[in-house]
Design a protein around this ligand. Structure first.
Ligand code: SF4
Length: 401
């Protein structure tokens, strides 16, 4: 665990971010475009009614989290998947490392997953001597820069095309133009080799359907489809909060998630995986498929009358998109691993009081996050309580570490 920053260092970093004109311009441009894109995507629909359906559905699933997990496990195992439950972040990384070792995997390709960020999976696997490649374009860029994501959906939003061209020139040893299409082609060329050579693919999941043991994920680049198809081993890592009873309930979230996240009616790819599929690279022509669920405090949170609502979060990133403080300083200074309004609260529960102590002071209580949350979470109220916990005016909670 990295050391929590002291207030003086944090303030200095905020000052630098505020003075960063490029960061301001980029964040402003995005923040101005987002509301219109969201509105267009909900045209003809009643967003509040759709969000109310998500609230009801997720609250019901959170209330039955352990029961739904058992149902999912039974059905997934019947389909040939090996299902694991990690109580802590360290247990999750240990389980995945053990799978890699047992299967003789050393080249890992990974799609974007906030749960993997939560447990710092890439860093852990790299520390174990594995060659790990982030397959999402934005994630690959920040991996090459040795940074974390600055947004849950747009991890490299803080970077200019010139910075990316310079980075890709270094990586490829050839001068690259700043033309975005050309840069995407460079990434595609470099990453395709990794997909082909990878022996283990690591994905997240947006949904886990208890009644069938199926997982589902939404992406825009198709990288997750490649890495769950080509390598002989697939490991999917997700929080226990991703289990829903069935497809019908998952579709309630799917109607809101892309519209709220990126102003899209639907993402380019929606993928459902049920059991290990045929794979010519695998022993017996059948893929080895493991699913690792992360608890990390979720079963305790699920029983909390006030804070259980944070488990409704569908990771759309909208609470960052509309936040005036996020817009001024960017995600690297407005979160620890998770960023935006929900990041202030997740940091407290998943990464500990010390890492949250400076962040929870940043909120100016404008309530913008509450008005756009895809899961109807009362973020300003929870942020106030997190701050009260931090100052020990109220606490009966043991935060994560
Ligand atoms: S808290 Fe709400 S707005 Fe923020 S990422 Fe989660 S679902 Fe989206």
């Amino acid at each position: 665990m990295q050391q929590a920053k002291d207030l003086k260092t944090y303030r200095e970093e905020l000052g630098e971010a505020i003075d960063n004109t490029f960061l301001h311009n980029t964040m402003d441009k995005f923040a101005r475009a987002y509301p219109q894109g969201r509105e267009n995507a909900f045209t003809g629909l009643d967003p509040q009614a759709l969000i109310a359906e998500v609230v009801e559905s997720k609250d019901s699933a959170i209330g039955r989290m352990e029961e739904l997990y058992q149902e999912f496990k039974k059905n997934a195992e019947a389909a040939g998947v090996q299902v694991h439950l990690a109580r802590t972040a360290a247990e999750a990384t240990d389980i995945i490392t053990r799978i890699a070792r047992e299967e003789g995997c050393s080249r890992v390709v990974k799609s974007k997953s906030m749960t993997a960020e939560e447990v710092r999976l890439s860093r852990h696997l790299a520390g174990e001597g594995m060659d790990i490649t982030e397959a999402d374009l934005g994630e690959w860029i920040i991996q090459l820069r040795h940074e974390g994501p600055s947004h849950m959906v747009l991890p490299a939003i803080h970077l200019s095309r010139d910075q990316v061209a310079e980075l890709f020139s270094e990586v490829t040893g050839a001068l690259q133009s700043n033309d975005i299409e050309k840069l995407v082609k460079v990434a595609r060329r470099e990453l395709r080799v990794k997909f082909a050579e990878g022996d283990m693919g690591v994905s997240g999941a947006n949904f886990c359907l208890a009644d069938s043991g199926t997982i589902g994920f939404v992406t825009n680049e198709g990288n997750a489809r490649l890495l769950t198809t080509l390598p002989r081993v697939h490991v999917a890592l997700m929080g226990l909060d991703k289990v829903v009873p069935n497809l019908h309930e998952a579709l309630k979230v799917l109607r809101v998630l892309p519209r709220n996240a990126t102003g899209q009616a639907i993402t380019s790819y929606v993928t459902w995986i049920h059991g290990p599929v045929e794979c010519k690279a695998a022993r017996n022509d059948r893929k080895i498929f493991h699913i690792v669920f992360l608890d990390n405090g979720r079963t305790t949170l699920a029983k909390d009358p006030l804070f259980s609502q944070i488990l409704r979060c569908v990771r759309c990133g909208a609470c960052a998109n509309v936040c005036p403080v996020f817009r001024m300083v960017g995600g690297h200074h407005f979160g620890h691993i998770y960023v935006g309004a929900i990041g202030l609260i997740f940091t407290y529960f998943f990464h500990g009081r010390d890492n949250a102590k400076n962040l929870v002071k940043n909120c100016i209580n404008c309530q913008a996050c509450k008005s756009v949350c895809a899961a109807g979470i009362d973020l300003p109220r929870l942020r106030r309580w997190s701050r009260a916990f931090r100052t020990r005016r109220a606490t009966n909670w043991t935060p994560g570490c």
